[in-house]
Design a binder for this molecule. Sequence first.
Ligand code: GLY
Ligand code: MN
Ligand code: MN
Length: 442
Amino acid sequence: MTVFNLDIYALRRERFLEQLGVAAAIIPASELTMHHADCEWPFRQDSDFFYLTGFDEPGAVALLLPHRPKGERFVLFVQPKDPAAEVWTGFRWGTEGAVKHYGADIAHPLDQLTEKRLTSYLQGAEAIAFRIGRHPKIEPLVLSVWGRQLDTYSHTGIAALGLVAPTPILHSLRLRKEPHELERLREACLISAEAHELARQITKPGMKESEVQAVIEAHFRASGTRGPAYTSIVAGGDNACVLHYTANTALLQDGDLLLIDAGCSVADYYNGDITRTFPINGRFSAEQKELYSLVLAAQEAAIQAVRPGETAEKVHATALRVLVEGLVDLGLLEGDPDGIIERGDYRHLYMHRTGHWLGLDVHDVGAYRLGERPVELETGVVLTVEPGLYVSDRLAVPEGQPEIEECWKGIGIRIEDDVAVTEHGHEVLSQAAEKSIVAMER
Ligand code: GLY
Ligand code: MN
Ligand code: MN
């Protein structure tokens, strides 16, 4: 039932429409999805819809109509007030609430989203902005209305002549965070970092991964967030070498490391995404310490590369070079680092990129490349920096590289921070989560 600052959303719609030009945009909300039988997953709003409306109910549809007069440009179709339904599934704002509390110029109940009404709203728009392939419930309606306009064009001379994707414009707006968005990300990162600190304090050999997960997620909920932003990864020992390990059912073994990748999502959906790795018994073994120091050095160097004018590509390349050079020094790779990087001969030990954009989506929207050119980092862009090393038997050792000695196997390490690009460099939003060797040992 939270109402967020309406001016923020109004300004976003204005900017979006300004860039969209003559197109009328149709932006659908998420639908409820079934978990099993008649039980639903918790509702998660579509991030594009939320970015433009702040409205947090399922099934809604927003129309943004630049061709209509002022006062008729923002139309919301929403679930109507219905006491009988609200007894089962809770409060709805209804059409009145959509106007009064969400700034809609006009609101209709969802069942009035008919071909006739949509045709009438789209009449006079020179193009339609709608993301094909993502909204199966409403897409047939949109295409049918557009098709009918084209059918009658020879008589009426009125039809939208193009169907355009709203997402490149919308996602480039979402990529550059405004100061108030950075504030929300700071909050998500702080609560996520507190959970990591708690988890390290309570971890002991013999506990289950799920017990540590419970402590982390209890902190998320007790702090007033929506809960985990994604399925928490709590991976002891060799489980950490499975990048998307989410079973979290194993016992924590004395002598192993524990990798935790967990972050929360706050009320308006901004997310934290933090990974920390530490020894379950409080002391690194010699091999664990070598690899941890190397990942930490790679991460710190990569964070230093985050500044306006650099690229995510450069951040990755920086981490990769430190890792490869360090692995050569340790004897886990052999040869000239440039050649190893060029051939990809490190990929049995480091098989993912060093980060991604972060925002309303954990893997946030926005282009990384525009054709041949990597997108330059700008003030307000937020990205994760998350190098790792994963030593196991799962992937074959590339020809010419040394077989891995047993003493290294079962070590999986990732260190992940959330970093905002600032005017002169960067701010580590997740800095409240410790990562030094001293802090990781007890
Ligand atoms: N937690 C997902 C990721 O780090 O990309
Ligand atoms: Mn991440
Ligand atoms: Mn992560």
